[in-house]
Ligand binder design. Sequence first.
Ligand code: NAG
Ligand code: NAG
Ligand code: NAG
Ligand code: NAG
Length: 341
Amino acid sequence: MHQNSSVMKTSAKIVVSISLLLFLSLPFPAFSARPKCNSQDKKVLLQIKAALNNPYHLASWNPEEDCCTWYAMECDRNNGRVKALTIFSGNISGQIPPAVGDLPYLETLVFRKLTNLHGQIPSAITKLTRLRDLTLSWTNLSGPVPSFLSQLKSLTYLDLSFNDLTGSIPPSLSQLPNLEEIHLDRNKLTGSIPESFGHWAGKTPNIFLSHNQLTGPVPASLGSLNFPSTIDLSRNKLVGDVSFLFGRSKTVLFIDLSRNLFEFDLSKVQFPVNLTNLDLNHNRIFGSLPQGLTRLNLQFLNVSYNRLCGKIPRGGDLQRFDQYSYFHNRCLCGAPLSPCK
Ligand SMILES: *[C@@H]1O[C@H](CO)[C@@H](O)[C@H](O)[C@H]1NC(C)=O
Ligand SMILES: *[C@@H]1O[C@H](CO)[C@@H](O)[C@H](O)[C@H]1NC(C)=O
Ligand SMILES: *[C@@H]1O[C@H](CO)[C@@H](O)[C@H](O)[C@H]1NC(C)=O
Ligand SMILES: *[C@@H]1O[C@H](CO)[C@@H](O)[C@H](O)[C@H]1NC(C)=O
């Protein structure tokens, strides 16, 4: 009995070893869980490469190889569909090929730091219903911020900063139900901030509109919003009273309103409790610095080049900043500026 079972154990071991050997000797792909790149996606990628004049940047896009191994690309491990296309910092000239709209599983589309990329944002991208991140930034793209972007219902992140975009901001963008952050900064946008930006279909996103030529007052509807961290309206030609952007119970951490034509009394403003960065430089803000500023944990403060008056409250972080945070006001005084008379 004992003898027999030992023989059986030995033969079982041999069987296991042989099958393991057989398994190991199978060709490698049978092992890998990753499916190959979808052939339709591959065809589209080769169209994109051709439309961009077969740039050196995409030299690894070799039709003989699995496109999931190509540079600037990412496939979904489960189905081999292309889910990210990130073309960054290459010598690429031409326009965004409309063929990008034919990658139906795309979740991330990035064209960034490509100074020779020009033309307009193609409407073909509205076909990308799964798109979550659209970044077209640091390029020479021109034309409008297209209203049709509001059709990209899965978008969480929209970055069109550092381009040559012109025209006004389409009100329809506030219909994007999943948006968390919108960057339209560093373009040549004109007109005013749409009233609809005070009524978002989903959560309120962080908003970056700096370095444009936006005019007019900021819609009061923005006063009821709770920006998760940031509102940046700096370097525009916006006017009027924006004290409604403040308020003790707001969640915002960064407020940059610098280099506009804002005009309001700062004395009455109550600051969001968690505000860490406040830049108000180069406006027409009057009144005095409220005592409430001393209760904040400020990392950055700049109220220079306004029409403020009175003594800088003592305490909190206010004396940690140097004179350049406060200079060029009507009659601000006290440390770090010279003593009040
Ligand atoms: C960029 O590519 C163009 C042709 O596509 C070529 O003429 C030019 O020399 C390249 N520039 C650099 C800096 O490589
Ligand atoms: C792209 O824009 C940069 C800066 O905005 C400019 O210097 C450059 O000449 C532009 N290139 C083309 C091809 O238009
Ligand atoms: C401020 O921060 C604290 C700690 O993170 C948090 O619990 C609180 O909800 C925040 N308050 C507001 C108004 O955002
Ligand atoms: C505040 O803004 C003024 C005007 O732009 C600038 O000169 C100064 O250096 C800034 N101060 C700080 C601390 O950034």
